[in-house]
Design a protein around this ligand. Structure first.
Ligand code: GLC
Ligand code: GLC
Length: 813
């Protein structure tokens, strides 16, 4: 069953039933001011850091679901009936309910008793504010007297504190109201020099005290002052400061009116906080012009147009036309869009990530670059340098850093031994996209220590060295706290409830080894060798190649189980992911990544491993992490066995790692199999089973419950997942085969046999490549012509004569 449909032309998903199985979310903002918004207007906003600068309040894990939002109410001042055009929070039965989630905006509307209304929410480029444009039309055959209310509950900035420290928070809330604009200034009197505001384009009555608006013991579904039809102009002192505006409208038959609301964030220099100086009144000199500008509907519309153009240009970097609609719409629109969200948010703020827990992950953010770098290379460069500056002098890394301070997060610590290698992968992706070799000479600190600057290239050298310094008894890399699988905690041995699996280490870490890291090391080592070679460092490149070859021999000897790659050795030196194990006999990560890295392509191991994955791990809803699932808790394995079978890392379908197998299949030339795996987890291809899948059909979820779970096929944790970047990378660069390389654009499609071909446009290093691929035989060999001339091999080099557009034709046979 579906709850809406794709509108590919408008790049929207249109939800037509408000009670979706879970709140279906979208993101507002793509630079510094962000919000999440559900299809019924739930969600919240923040500036840069979802924990430390939260503007509006949201109640995670609330009953009912998804509460706190950008709520609009309409009231018929004659009949006194009121409702919300977004369904929540009043849940009135509506006609023509529609939520259009688009690129950086959401519009929600409906009709009720002849009054049509829609609110469009978006964040203009380069501004720290959001605009709500409420359009109301009287479709009755009589005039209507309507009150429109818009409301928001302020968060007292630190979301963690806001949700826990009530003895203080019930006393600190402060607001100012000037010229009808509500300013939220809690803690502005002391150490904050920022405030929030909520403004309205029409003269309004207002409310700033939560209880005055809602009424005692009432909820957002039935605010007393909406019911009464008159806001009381309350001024908040403590408790819950909020912002609400009321505008009274007399609408003639057929008349349309628009009201603009602006919710924003503003900072003042510390020395100019107050006006007049010495007073306690906010200095509003620099914020007033901004507010005035966007309350003007013309300016708001122009800002919306700029946002559209911005997305046109971002998405225009790569567009494809294949015989498969789900491939097209994910690649051209939604998957790329999701990559922007994961790049911006890492894993911090979604319906499933509370925004208080996780900073930017070192491993995660580097992988996110794979799906993002082509859209905004300048921002990718900045991110790489930020990440590298949190690297430790040992070459190791903090597992996460805080976006506001850009410093490593000590609470989570480090010692995840795969982390540093992802920096090489991230930088390599950047170099292949941009050809900007200057980044390698950029001086970057270690652990944000002034004076410790070394060229970025040295950081990469230390990353490799970090692994080389940490080899275990079999000559495989030691796993440390965990590798990609955060939950395979082989040095933890935790028997205390609540203890963190990610920071507890009870073993000295000198025994447990990871075959996955070995595969990653081979891949990253070769990437770095290619980079070294390009820099003329031949001896160094040869050394890296030597080390990867050594590792491959070790993998062949100690990392191979006969039919597939082992996963790891535990602290007792026992195998994990072997036919000899009782549970967890075979894992996806080592098999996927080793084959992706090209290990075992020559001697049949890769074929055998992919076959085993197909046989033991693949299901109709995607490929599970391991089999058999762990049926009980294993002290020596850690968090992985803490999850009930079929969920998360314990045999769930982790959509992040499925692409490793897709890529592995392309390396073996199996286009049908690769695209089949791709389609099993493609959210658009799962739209018809939305009642089972339950998450949004337009973005990937981190996990789909595996075959051991009672809810097999149900997705969770949508939006913020490495799944976005990896699936994008797998389909674009390996299945469609339009691949960036250090030298140029490589064309090597491994597509389904039934496809007659496809066309694509790729903007690469300033040149537009118009690519068409035609299938003439069943295989994957390709013959290329560039502007009509046949070329050797499959790398298209940049035109030497300054042309900005090139036609590439490929014949597959
Ligand atoms: C989560 C983490 C990621 C990790 C994965 C597997 O997605 O963000 O870093 O690799 O889980 O445990
Ligand atoms: C939990 C999750 C895992 C995630 C980790 C992040 O262990 O299962 O997916 O990577 O938390 O801290």
């Amino acid at each position: 069953m579906k709850y809406g449909h794709f509108d590919d032309e408008q790049r929207e998903y249109v939800i037509t039933q408000p009670d979706t199985p879970l709140p279906w979310m979208n993101y507002l903002g793509c630079q510094a001011y962000f919000g999440i918004i559900s299809n019924t207007a739930g969600g919240y906003s923040f500036y840069r850091d979802a924990r430390l600068r939260r503007l509006t309040r949201y109640r995670y894990n609330n009953v009912p679901l998804d509460f706190g939002g950008r709520y609009v109410y309409l009231r018929d001042d004659e009949s006194k009936k009121f409702w919300s055009p977004s369904w929540e929070p009043t849940r009135t039965e509506l006609q023509d309910y529609k939520c259009r989630h688009g690129m950086g905006y959401t519009a929600i509307g409906s009709t009720y008793s002849g009054i049509e209304a829609e609110t469009r929410y978006f964040v203009p480029l380069d501004e720290n504010l959001e605009i709500w444009q409420l359009t109301i039309t009287n479709r009755r055959d009589t005039n209507a007297r309507i009150s429109a209310f818009a409301s928001i509950e302020f968060c007292l900035w630190d979301a963690q504190d806001d949700a826990t420290n009530f003895q203080r928070n019930f006393n600190t809330g402060q607001v100012e109201v000037e010229d009808g604009v509500i300013y939220h200034k809690t803690e502005y009197r002391e150490r904050r020099n920022h405030f929030a505001y909520f403004a309205c384009s029409e003269p309004s009555r207002f409310e700033t005290q939560g209880e005055a608006f809602l009424g005692q013991y009432r909820g957002w579904d039935k605010p007393v002052s909406v019911e009464a039809g008159e806001l009381k102009n309350s001024i908040a002192h403590g408790w819950s400061p909020m912002g609400a505006h009321q505008v009274k409208l007399d609408l003639e038959v057929g008349e349309t009116r628009q009201i603009v609301f602006v919710l924003g964030y503003h900072e003042n220099p510390v020395t100019e906080k107050f006006d007049p100086p010495g007073s306690q009144t906010i200095n509003k000199k620099t914020v007033k012009p901004v507010i005035a500008k966007y309350l003007d509907a013309k300016e708001a519309n122009a800002a919306f147009e700029r946002l559209r153009l911005y997305w046109d240009s971002l998405l225009g970097v790569f567009q494809v036309d294949t015989p498969d609609i789900h491939t097209n719409r994910m690649v051209n629109i939604w998957n790329a869009y999701q990559c922007m969200a994961t790049f911006n948010m890492s894993r911090s703020a979604s319906f499933y990530e509370s925004g208080i827990g996780r900073g930017l992950g070192f491993r995660d953010s580097n992988q996110d670059l794979l799906g993002f770098v082509h859209m905004a290379p300048v921002r990718a460069r900045e991110r790489i340098l930020d990440l590298a500056a949190t690297q430790l002098p040992t070459g190791g890394a903090y597992h996460q850093y805080q976006p506001l301070t850009k410093r490593g997060n000590n609470d989570i610590g480090g010692g995840f031994n795969d982390d540093p290698l992802w920096l090489i992968e991230g930088v390599s992706a950047y170099l292949k996209e941009t050809g900007d070799w200057s980044i390698l000479d950029e001086p970057v600190q270690y652990d944000n220590e002034p004076g410790s600057e070394q060229p970025l290239y040295e950081h990469l050298q230390r990353s490799i060295q970090y692994t080389l310094d940490r080899m275990g008894p079999h000559g495989l890399p030691l796993i440390g706290r965990a590798d990609w699988n955060d939950c395979l905690n082989l040095n933890c041995f935790s028997d205390t409830p609540g203890q963190s699996f990610q920071t507890t280490t009870n073993k000295d870490g000198k025994v447990a080894e990871s075959v996955f890291i070995a595969g990653l090391f081979v891949h990253a080592g070769r990437e770095l060798a290619a980079i070294a070679k390009h820099r003329g460092l031949d001896a160094e490149a040869a050394r890296y190649i030597g080390e990867t070859e050594k590792n491959m021999r070790v993998i062949a000897e100690h990392g191979w189980d006969g039919e597939w790659f082992l996963r790891a050795y535990d602290d007792f030196g026992s195998k994990i992911g072997s036919k000899d194990c009782e549970e967890g006999k075979i894992f996806i990560e080592s098999n996927g990544f080793c084959v992706l890295a090209g290990i075992g392509l020559e001697d049949g191991k890769a074929e055998s491993a992919m076959k085993a994955v197909g046989k033991h791990l693949a299901t109709k809803h995607g490929i599970v992490v391991q089999q058999p699932a762990y049926s009980r808790y294993y002290l020596q394995l850690g968090e992985i066995s803490s999850y009930p079978p079929g969920y998360k890392e314990n045999a769930g379908i982790f959509c992040h790692v499925n692409p490793w197998v897709m890529i592995g299949e392309t390396r073996l030339g199996h286009g049908d199999q690769a695209h089949d795996y791709y389609s099993r987890i493609n959210p658009s291809a799962r739209e018809e089973i939305s009642d089972l899948h339950r998450c949004e059909p337009y973005v990937y979820a981190q996990m789909i419950a595996g075959k051991d779970a009672p809810s097999f096929g149900e997705a969770k944790n949508s939006w913020l997942t490495g799944t976005a970047a990896w699936n994008y990378y797998a389909i674009v660069q390996w299945i469609l085969g339009i691949r960036t390389s250090l030298d140029g654009l490589e064309i090597a499609p491994v597509i389904p046999k039934s496809w007659p071909g496809f066309t694509a446009t790729r903007v690469f290093r300033g040149v537009v490549y118009r690519i068409s691929i035609e299938r003439r035989g069943d295989g994957n060999s390709i013959a290329l012509t560039v502007d009509g001339k046949a070329i050797e091999g499959n790398v298209v080099l940049a035109p030497t004569d300054g042309r900005k557009e090139v036609v590439v034709k490929g014949i597959l046979s």
